[in-house]
Design a protein around this ligand. Structure first.
Ligand SMILES: Cc1cc2nc3c(=O)[nH]c(=O)nc-3n(C[C@H](O)[C@H](O)[C@H](O)COP(=O)(O)O)c2cc1C
Ligand code: SF4
Length: 434
């Protein structure tokens, strides 16, 4: 963890004992829960979170309090899922929240459940995070023993059971309805929406799915108030955000920064610029599913939802991948397309087939067998995939693919055999996937 002085979520990231209940309590932990249960109505908690402007940190940036408001007021049974699947390439922030400070997320979850009147919460942890599952389970046990979970929490009459659930390593189970299906014991395949989970989710009951970072932000907001939260960030992108930064910068790692910080400032002052001998070529700001920015574009953008959208990309999960001049962009997109092909759940034809074709075509180009029609063919495949599927995984493959071609076209063109017939639709043996 790299401290940047904006530590709302990351106060205990550099503490070896920050995961302990005693340490969390000594630093004011669970006071927000006590305040919420003793002096607030569930709707008040929801309104404070809504007023704070907190937006979901799992990728889509949907306002958290607004989502909570979609749960029908007369629902008899509500479920809450903390999404700790964290499989988006380039993203490694939620694991720190759960490893170094699990009680912050647990407290945030209890308060969130109180707000939406959920009596059962699942913490859905990516299967590969074996040690985290143990870490969170120990913290959950501590919370039960201290009376923060279970029946009649702190004498308030509010009951909550918390279940730590281990995923099985599928990227698609990070998508909220794929996640719900997998906990129900079904295939981890996304559901068609509507209905949205807030209305009909787990066991067809109203269900809220929130990212770890979103939930972990809640105690601070309840303790300090919506206005204090809005003092960080911009008018529409409030608060701080964790960015996990990988690639050859001097100081890679996880940073908590106020939204709206210029990339240039973040890059020069906190990341320390590029490592010796490296030059910046491109940046993926929000995890591999968002369009890539050239170095010049990145240097002129601010790190908030609106600025990044205006620049043609997205904040996403904050998984920032720094790409050096020495990187082969075609190789990089081949790796990404292989990932999406591998992780497609297969239920929509455009995604199941399209991700495979994108990967095959790029792979063929890298073998030196690219033909003149391949770039058009890639675009043709993208057109058949974008916005046409049950979940956004298909678009998540299309967005980087298109932006890589648009911004680094000469690297693709260099792989094309000028002698091959124009429009050649790339006849290569079927079934050959790496
Ligand atoms: C393919 C795919 C993978 C996803 N993976 C994750 C994930 O690992 N963690 C996460 O919080 N959200 C992930 N999401 C987003 C979730 O569907 C959902 O929007 C999010 O958990 C909602 O929480 P938030 O509102 O707090 O952001 C994924 C979405 C898609 C389409
Ligand atoms: S878009 Fe892809 S991953 Fe999403 S539901 Fe369809 S086939 Fe599955």
């Amino acid at each position: 963890m790299n401290k940047s002085g904006n530590d709302m979520l990351s106060t205990r990231f550099d503490r070896p004992d920050g995961h302990l209940l005693s340490v969390y309590e000594a630093e004011g932990g669970y006071k927000a829960l006590k305040t919420a249960l003793a002096s607030m109505q569930p709707t008040e908690v929801r309104d404070v979170v809504k007023d704070s402007g907190l937006r979901g940190r799992g990728g889509a940036g949907f306002p958290t309090g607004v989502k909570w408001g979609f749960v029908p007021a007369d629902a008899d049974e509500v479920y809450f899922f903390v999404n700790a699947d964290e499989s988006e390439p380039g993203t490694f922030k939620d694991r720190l929240l759960l490893d170094y400070d699990p009680h912050q997320t647990i407290e945030g979850t209890i308060i969130s459940c109180f707000a939406v009147k959920a009596k059962t919460a699942f913490v859905y942890i990516r299967g590969e995070f074996g040690w985290l599952i143990d870490r969170v389970q120990v913290a959950v046990n501590e919370a039960y023993a201290a009376g923060y979970l279970g029946k009649n929490i702190l004498g308030s009459g509010f009951d909550l059971e918390m279940i730590v659930h281990k995923g099985a390593g599928a990227y698609i189970c990070g998508e909220e309805t794929g996640l719900i299906n997998s906990v129900e014991g079904r295939k981890g395949q996304p559901r068609l929406k509507p209905p949205f989970p807030a209305v009909s989710g787990f066991l067809d009951k109203p269900t809220i799915v929130n990212n770890v970072e979103s939930v972990a932000s809640v105690p601070w907001i309840i303790t300090n108030g919506a206005e204090a939260y809005k003092n960080f960030g911009t008018e529409k992108s409030c608060g701080t955000k964790l960015f996990s930064v990988s690639g050859p910068v001097k100081n890679p790692g996880v940073y908590e920064i106020p939204l709206g910080l210029p990339f240039r400032e973040f890059f020069n002052e906190q990341l320390g610029g590029m490592a010796d001998g490296e030059k910046l070529k491109a940046v993926i700001v929000g995890g591999s599913s968002v369009p890539v920015l050239t170095a010049e574009e990145a240097m002129n953008v601010n790190l908030d939802y609106e600025s990044l959208t205006n620049a043609g990309t997205m904040l996403g999960s904050g998984g920032m991948i720094i790409i050096p001049e020495s990187s082969d962009m075609v190789e990089l997109i081949q790796v990404l397309m292989h990932f999406y092909f591998d992780e497609s759940c297969g239920q929509c034809t455009p995604c199941r087939e399209g991700t495979g074709w994108l990967h095959k075509i790029v792979k063929k180009m890298r073998k030196g067998e690219g033909t003149v029609g391949d770039l058009d063919l890639l675009e043709h495949v993208c057109q058949g995939m974008a916005g046409l599927t049950i979940c956004p995984l298909s678009d998540a493959a299309v967005m980087p693919m298109r932006s890589f071609i648009e911004k680094f076209r000469p690297e693709f063109e260099a792989l094309i055999q000028e002698t091959a017939p124009a429009g050649n639709c790339s006849l290569w043996p079927r079934g050959e996937q790496e």
